[in-house]
Design a protein around this ligand. Structure first.
Ligand code: GDP
Length: 426
């Protein structure tokens, strides 16, 4: 990935999330000096299988598993300090020392227990399918210009006033929503008093750290959470997350300029999944969907929720190539298709009998499109041992070639299993 012309690369999900970004980032982080998370919060769950141990990371960049890598949580992230410290303690317990290698933006907004109370209450009425971790309400506070940022912990007086105002507001809202729950000001004060001495030593101007690293010729990897179709602007609104998951969000959330990006890699599954509500045109219902779900272990890393499964949707990935400016694709979970005799690929849509080549902005239209499928022959051989394209069965290679043609971006990596070594660099 990195080389004389590539110092800064972003890896992001190019479908609806859960594409296996954690694994791809983990593999690429080996070559990186710095890994940055740029958006989202503890709702993202990256699973990294090192061969010896499986780690699920929600808040800390997956790069932390490499002993040399500096990991940054950027200003675009909303930070749940309790989750952060639980993960830090787990990593330390497993012999991974992190304290000198992790820094958190002092501009990052905090997710506090009152955000979770609001999230739980909202989900009852809005049915967006949130993870209940307070992410949406924390981003609402950020855009509402009343959020509490990591750097505010340095100012105890100001923090006390901000907390009092916020708890009062949240309790009014909870009352309006008909909830009997109330946030406790004392509990919030205690929590921050307890966490501040641990969090503040990690706080830094992370954008400056990235800038200096690039100026010194270091290699920087930006790690996305969720996927492009969950982007607040470009996703299937309102069934989206509360931040910009696409490449533009990467530079804003990491605190660097857009021209710093040399490569934008979109991670796509060899098929499609989605968690929660909203349209999923190529969804496979019934036995085929169940078969994909079982073969791919498609249950959420954070919530355990079964994921909705379907076939590769080229319209989605083409769109993602466009809105992200993808320079390459990493196709994951090819092995999950090993047993299928035939694999359908959604090449485009039809809407009310007319061809439809582009993603409609209108959710209702997207809910009504009919995918146009092409049936490709399966390979019915295990691919998990392949380390070069030439090791793959010809039908699997033909499948990848077709995906590349339809998507309009070159495939740079193919992942054929959960382990670090199960990857092909193209
Ligand atoms: P992320 O948030 O995009 O990293 O995705 P998740 O961690 O939620 O889900 C990806 C899951 O797929 C994890 O359990 C990974 O270990 C697994 N995974 C990643 N790549 C592959 C692959 O090539 N084959 C298989 N079978 N599993 C994979």
């Amino acid at each position: 990935m990195f080389g004389p012309k590539t110092y800064c690369a972003v890896v992001l999900g190019a479908q609806w999330g859960d594409e296996g970004k954690g694994k791809v980032v983990d593999v690429l982080a080996e070559e990186a000096d710095v890994v940055v998370r740029y958006q989202g919060g503890a709702n993202a769950g990256h699973t990294v299988d090192t061969g010896a141990t499986e780690f699920i990371l929600h808040q800390i960049p997956s790069g932390i598993l490499h002993p040399r890598t500096i990991c940054l949580i950027g200003n675009g992230v909303v930070l749940d300090p309790e989750t952060l410290f639980t993960e830090l303690d787990q990593l330390t317990g497993q012999g991974i020392d992190v304290s000198e290698r992790l820094r958190v933006s002092d501009r990052a907004h905090l997710v506090l227990p009152y955000h979770k109370l609001l999230d739980a209450e909202r989900d009852k009425s809005q049915k967006i399918g949130t993870t209940g971790r307070g992410i949406g309400p924390a981003y609402e506070d950020k855009t509402g210009r009343r959020g509490i940022r990591v750097g505010d912990l340095r100012h105890a007086d100001r923090l006390g006033d901000m907390l009092a105002g916020q708890v009062e507001r949240v309790n009014q809202l909870l009352g309006l929503l008909g909830s009997a729950d109330r946030a406790s000001l004392d509990e919030h004060r205690e929590l921050l008093k307890r966490l501040a001495p641990r969090l503040l030593p990690l706080a830094a101007d992370t954008g400056l750290l990235v800038y200096r690293a690039l100026a010194a010729g270091k290699r920087v990897l930006l790690e996305g959470a969720q996927g492009a179709l969950l982007d607040l602007d470009h996703g299937t609104y309102p069934y989206v997350t509360s931040s910009n998951t696409t490449a533009g969000g990467a530079v804003v959330g990491a605190g660097i300029g857009p021209k710093a990006l040399d490569e934008v890699i979109g991670v796509v599954k060899a098929y499609t999944t989605r968690v929660g509500n909203g349209p999923l045109p190529t969804e496979a219902h019934g036995a085929e969907g169940d078969r994909l779900r079982e073969a791919g272990g498609e249950y959420g890393a954070t919530t355990g929720r079964p994921r909705r499964c379907g076939w590769f949707d080229a319209t989605v990935v083409r769109y993602s190539v466009r809105v992200n400016g993808l320079t390459g694709l990493a196709v994951t979970k090819l092995d999950v298709l090993d047993e299928f005799a035939e694999v359908p690929v959604g090449v485009s849509y039809r809407l009310e009998g007319e061809p439809c080549e582009e993603m409609p902005a209108d959710l209702d239209a997207l809910g009504r499109v009919e995918p146009v499928y092409e049936m490709l022959p399966g390979w019915r051989k295990p691919t998990g041992g392949a380390r070069r394209l030439a090791d793959l069965p010809p039908q699997a290679r033909a499948y990848l070639d077709r995906l590349e043609d339809l998507a309009g971006a070159p495939i740079r990596y193919v992942s054929v299993g959960t382990r670090r070594d199960q990857i092909i660099a193209v």
